[in-house]
Design a protein around this ligand. Structure first.
Ligand code: G3I
Length: 414
């Protein structure tokens, strides 16, 4: 295509719709045509169905800013992932979860790691059933920024390359968190101004590296204790509570398109922690801080998950602030349960069903991510030292009742 024709096409696309314009301008036309193009990143629920964010009522604070560090550029050409043909797996039903989700412009995803992607069965299941993947560890500080002046994006880049080859969206995780930080950070001795620069440059560099390839970033992760007080993180100690707003500001400067999310566990229902999260995001909106939504992790047990009513009420009050809500890390532990395995799996399926249906019904929820693909790859057994079966597929990759519950909901809902 000549330069002139391409320019004309762009103008037409831009007039036709902004997201298509961005997509073409960003060179994403290589996406498989029959798949939802995830890089139309602003395909959040329509603002007509829930209120737009309010105009800020307080002056927006003026934070220091920074330039990104020198770091390797994103080069997807070194990866040779190919599109995996969608399967209509009998085990997964006549139609895949992904296909059904895409009909509703909905994202279903799981967290993953690059070293799983060379396993054909794993990769086939992932790309067939899901249109989003989350970086379980690959974009965390200790992986991408192991030394003060060295960045290693190889793991995250591989995820982005796989996702792109298979028309999937990528969920970035996590920029400001208190775990999985390298020793140079946890043992570092710096002034407050230097800490601010360190966090700023990290966010600008990482978000800038992936600019245009990330649907949503967990900008700040797990900043609260269960009682609603701020967690005593490195960032709180070194910078103070304003590190949260700063992180959102810098993330927006580095990628104006990615959704910027505050992500938390045990804040799904109505409790002291979810109240603290609500107050935080409400306060940031009042100051014009660019927060787009809240991630509800949903790490729960067979007993005592948040009730459907509480979950819906929490989603609704966030919608009333003009914010999106994503289910970001769902798993349902079964260990220590007293029932028979079949009963456990049935209860587990019902918990997944309730969470998924709350999200489907909420006007501001269009992302549902489980924290791992199959029970073989869950973080929980390593963490607890006990076997567990928390995910949607069993250790052999066969769908569990929980998966069928999601499939059933998507097949039935309009
Ligand atoms: O880095 C080493 C690696 O070099 C070594 O080969 C491997 C051998 O076991 O261990 C590696 O580190 C592990 C890392 O996962 C990568 O596999 C750590 O020991 C392990 O602690 C770490 O666990 C992760 C955990 O976060 C750490 O906090 C889990 O995979 C990950 O699923 C989990 O995810 C968190 C979210 O980020 C935030 N929300 C809660 C969620 C569950 O804890």
């Amino acid at each position: 295509m000549t330069a002139m024709r391409r320019a004309l096409l762009l103008v037409v696309l831009c007039l036709w719709g902004l997201s298509a314009c961005r997509r073409e301008a960003g060179g994403f036309s290589a996406q498989p045509a029959d798949r939802l193009t995830p890089v139309a990143r602003r395909e959040t629920p329509s603002p007509e169905t829930f209120p737009a964010k309010p105009t800020p009522v307080y002056p927006t604070p003026k934070f220091p800013t920074c330039q990104p560090d020198p770091a390797p550029a994103l080069d997807l050409s070194v990866y040779s992932y190919r599109p995996i043909r969608p399967i209509s797996s009998r085990e997964g039903g006549a139609t895949s979860l992904r296909q059904l989700a895409e009909l509703r412009r909905f994202y279903v995803g799981v967290s993953t790691a690059p070293h799983f992607l060379d396993n054909r069965e794993y990769a086939g299941l992932l790309a067939a059933q899901f249109n989003m993947l989350a970086a379980e560890n690959a974009m965390k500080w200790e992986v991408v920024h192991p030394e003060p002046v060295r960045y290693d994006f190889s793991q995250g880049d591989a995820l982005v390359a796989f996702a792109r080859a298979n028309g999937m969206a990528v969920y970035g995780h996590a920029l400001a968190w208190d775990l999985q930080q390298p020793g140079w950070l946890t043992g570092g001795e710096y002034s407050r101004e230097e800490w601010i620069q360190i966090l700023c440059r990290h966010i600008k560099t990482v978000v800038g590296h992936y600019r245009g390839h990330i649907y949503a970033w967990d900008v700040v992760n797990e900043a609260f204790q269960n009682n609603g007080a701020l967690r005593n993180t490195l960032w709180l100690r070194k910078i103070g509570p304003e590190y949260i707003a700063m992180a959102f500001q810098w993330a927006r400067e580095a990628d104006p398109q990615a959704l910027l999310i505050y992500n938390e566990f045990f804040a799904e229902g109505l409790n002291q922690k979810s109240q603290a999260v609500y107050s935080l995001v409400q306060g940031m909106l009042r100051q014009g801080i660019p927060v787009d939504g809240v991630g509800l992790q949903m790490h729960v047990w067979l007993w005592g998950p948040p009730t459907r009513q509480e979950l819906t009420a929490n989603m609704r009050r966030l919608a009333e602030l003009g914010l999106v809500v994503h289910i970001t890390e769902m798993d349902v532990r079964t260990q220590y349960a007293k029932d028979s395995p079949a009963e456990e799996l049935a209860v587990q399926a019902e918990i997944y069903r309730q969470a998924f249906s709350a999200c489907l019904e909420a006007p501001n929820c269009n992302v549902f991510v489980a924290w791992g693909l199959t029970d073989r790859y869950s973080w929980i057994p390593e963490y607890t030292g006990q076997p567990d079966t928390p995910l949607l597929f069993d250790r052999q990759g066969k769908p569990k009742p929980a998966f069928n519950a999601l499939l059933d909901l998507l097949s039935r809902s309009p």
